[in-house]
Ligand binder design. Structure first.
Ligand code: SF4
Length: 357
């Protein structure tokens, strides 16, 4: 039996990272006060973002999941530390998405506490968070503690950004929060009993399908933004999106993986689950049918994806990788937005080709 959801009254911390401990206090405090941690094990756990990066550029995937590993340690070698800092960078689009997700979580938890937030309050808190993040990034505070302070590629790589583009990011966040609070999902939640909200931003790992040998299973992350039990007893999984619904790729696979987890965790038939992407730019919702066939297809895709990720490993049993087995992409368009373009060495080539200034 899980502990009930607890309400919060302050902006929650950023979304949980796949592999690293949470930062706390200043680096000096961390050094003097923290008990020694047991070394973390670098496990290969499937997620949609991991799958996406692997398919986009193997070298960036290596940097993100292997090169940056243990970059948080006090005695991390400088190249590892640099990759760890870069791994935690956002860009304007992902930054706006993170702030909206933080506020969505706060809005839901305050609702659970019996204190529905006013739109103006939620927008004011979001704008203040954006301002603080901007200053942290511009002043390079993320270099000391990338988990605690926001770092943006735009500042790290000294990219010229029109002031109107920064304002557009803030306006997008305000619009998304308006569409969240005034949207039909939240308005329905206001009329449901608080125990109808089953999960909010809970992160779990779970075994996808059966393991063919002890310890040989495929594990995936499930981090549904919101899980609700409707009046008809159906379970609804919702994923907040800040991307453009006209161009956004379908989250069908990701939602089917979440549905697989929820089906097992709540012991409900897949057919009693509904999954939707809620586009907070315009309030539209893209629904996905969940049934046994959808879950079986998703399991197969996850197993295939993990199989491809294991192929280049030097030792798949202990998840050890060597950089040479992870080639760079030739797509300069991909490199232009890559957070690792500095250490990868692609930056001068991008500038010569006129892709970046
Ligand atoms: S700069 Fe390009 S080649 Fe290098 S890691 Fe990034 S995407 Fe891959």
């Amino acid at each position: 039996m899980r502990a009930p959801l607890r309400p919060v009254s302050a902006v929650p911390a950023g979304r949980v990272d796949e592999s690293l401990p949470e930062g706390a206090g200043s680096p000096a405090q961390e050094r003097s006060l923290k008990p020694r941690r047991k070394r973390l094990e670098n496990r290969l756990v499937w997620s949609k973002s991991r799958h996406g990066l692997f398919e986009e550029c193997r070298r960036a995937y290596f940097y993100q999941y292997y090169g940056a590993w243990e970059g948080w340690l006090e005695d991390a070698p400088p190249p590892t530390r640099e990759l760890y800092v870069l791994k935690n960078l956002s860009n304007r689009a992902t930054w706006a998405g993170k702030v909206v997700h933080s506020l969505a979580e706060m809005v839901i938890r305050n609702l659970l506490a019996g204190h529905p937030m006013a739109l103006e309050d939620a927008q004011r808190i979001a704008l203040s968070k954006l301002r603080a993040d901007f200053v942290d990034s511009r002043d390079g505070r993320y270099l000391e503690n990338p988990k605690r302070h926001c770092g943006l590629q735009e500042h790290h790589y000294a990219m010229p950004v029109d002031p109107r583009d920064w304002k557009a990011s803030a306006a997008l966040v305000e619009t998304c929060i308006r569409n969240l609070i005034e949207g039909k999902i939240y308005q329905r939640l206001l009329r449901l009993p608080p125990d109808a909200i089953l999960d909010c931003e809970r992160m779990e790992t779970f075994l996808v399908g059966e393991a063919d040998a002890p310890g040989a299973g495929v594990y995936a992350y499930a981090i549904p933004d919101l899980v609700v039990r409707g009046r008809d007893g159906k379970i609804v999984i919702l994923d907040w999106k800040t991307s453009d619904p006209q161009t956004a790729r379908s989250a069908e696979l990701q939602l089917a993986v979440y549905a697989d987890f929820i089906s097992g965790d709540y012991e409900v038939e897949p057919e009693r689950i509904l999954a939707g992407e809620v586009f907070l730019r315009d309030g539209s919702i893209r629904w996905h049918t969940i049934d046994r066939a959808a879950i079986a297809k998703a399991r197969q895709q996850v197993h295939d994806s993990i199989g491809r990720m294991r192929e280049p490993l030097r030792d798949p049993l202990v998840n050890v990788a060597e950089i040479e087995a992870f080639p760079e992409t030739d797509e300069l368009g991909v490199c232009a937005g890559c957070r690792f373009r500095g250490p990868c060495g692609k930056l001068p080539r991008l500038q010569e080709a006129g892709v970046l200034p």
